[in-house]
Design a protein. Structure first.
Length: 339
């Protein structure tokens, strides 16, 4: 999970549906549900005692409104460690904790959480993909391939950033045909992005399939005629197809775009100083919400509400977290606290 993609595969896929289930269980919680203890994949202890405990007192967010970025990040990593301490064998808790520590640039701890997850749950896609991506970033391409290939074999619609890491690792290790096979298979199930097409073009170039390499670059330029990388790659491909004039044309366009990019950077430098560096808030809010859903799934409604309140504090536009908080408030208003 890149910060861009906060994020974990398993939690991402079920979070919205989980909110709906949480809402449903809160509202029907007047019915007694036997307490058999936490059960993976279920809402344990969803009965009236849990709601009564939650109703006893409202809960607040995890840090003050004026907390700076580092304080927010420290609170999030502490929450990740507490989540694992509560559920030390839970794959979603371990995987999410790894994602959070990666966000905090604590890569060794992130890797430790993912490795623990895979020791307990060897086929966990989220941990496989995340660990593989982390190893790719560290330049450990052979190890990255092992984990990313397992993740891709289990989930053909792997998010793009993991496929890019897999393809780049394979190309670095000289396994160009394997990279082509993986990218073509992945591309058949979803819309290809320019980055994926360029990687595929690079792979075809390395195996001397120049016509197919050109096709990928042309597809990129159809969507974005100013893609520098596609123009540059065509300067390498077209001479091998005997089109030196075309290569020269793309070389000129690449040089023009490079000059334009340099001018844009200079022009925007002053504006960059005015950027509001609170862009981490929505991403952090998403992590808090995913952690809340793990607590809710295991019956700890009060902790789930506190985490959702923290998510709303960070990002008031997080509708799922706000919905959970609103339902908790409504529940307290309508149900008396049981002694």
């Amino acid at each position: 999970m890149s910060p861009g993609s906060p994020t974990g595969l398993g939690v991402v896929c079920c979070a919205v549906g989980l909110v709906a289930l949480v809402v449903y269980l809160v509202w029907r919680s007047d019915e007694l549900v036997p307490d058999h203890g936490p059960r993976p994949g279920e809402f344990a202890r969803a009965g009236s005692q849990v709601v009564a405990s939650s109703a006893a007192s409202a809960v607040g967010p995890m840090f003050p409104d004026d907390a700076n970025s580092q304080q927010r990040l420290d609170a999030l990593t502490r929450a990740a460690d507490q989540l694992v301490a509560r559920f030390p064998t839970d794959p979603e808790a371990l995987s999410l904790a790894g994602q959070i520590h990666q966000l905090a640039a604590d890569y060794s701890m992130a890797q430790r959480y993912w490795e623990t997850c895979l020791q307990l749950h060897p086929t966990h896609i989220d941990a496989l993909a995340s660990l593989g991506h982390s190893l790719w970033k560290q330049g450990e391409f052979d190890q990255a391939i092992i984990h990313l290939e397992k993740a891709f074999a289990a989930h053909r619609q792997l998010p793009e950033k993991y496929m890019r890491a897999l393809a780049e690792s394979l190309l670095h290790e000289g396994r160009c045909h394997t990279a082509i096979d993986a990218l073509e298979l992945w591309r058949g199930s979803q819309t290809s992005t320019p980055e994926i097409l360029l990687l595929l073009g690079q792979a075809y170039l390395q195996v001397k399939q120049y016509e197919k390499a050109r096709e990928q670059c042309q597809r990129v330029l159809q969507g974005d005629p100013q893609c520098k990388e596609a123009h540059y790659m065509l300067t390498r491909i077209l001479p091998r197809l005997g089109d030196t004039q075309g290569a020269a044309s793309h070389r000129e366009e690449f040089a023009r775009l490079e000059r334009q990019a340099a001018e844009d950077v200079h022009a925007n430098r002053a504006g960059m100083r005015e950027v509001d560096f609170h862009e981490d808030r929505p991403l952090m809010a998403t992590f808090w919400f995913y952690a809340a859903m793990i607590y809710a799934q295991r019956g700890d409604w009060r902790e789930a509400e506190q985490y959702c309140r923290t998510a709303v504090q960070l990002d008031p536009r997080n509708r799922d977290a706000r919905r959970f908080v609103d339902m908790s408030i409504a529940s307290r208003r309508q149900r008396p606290t049981h002694p």
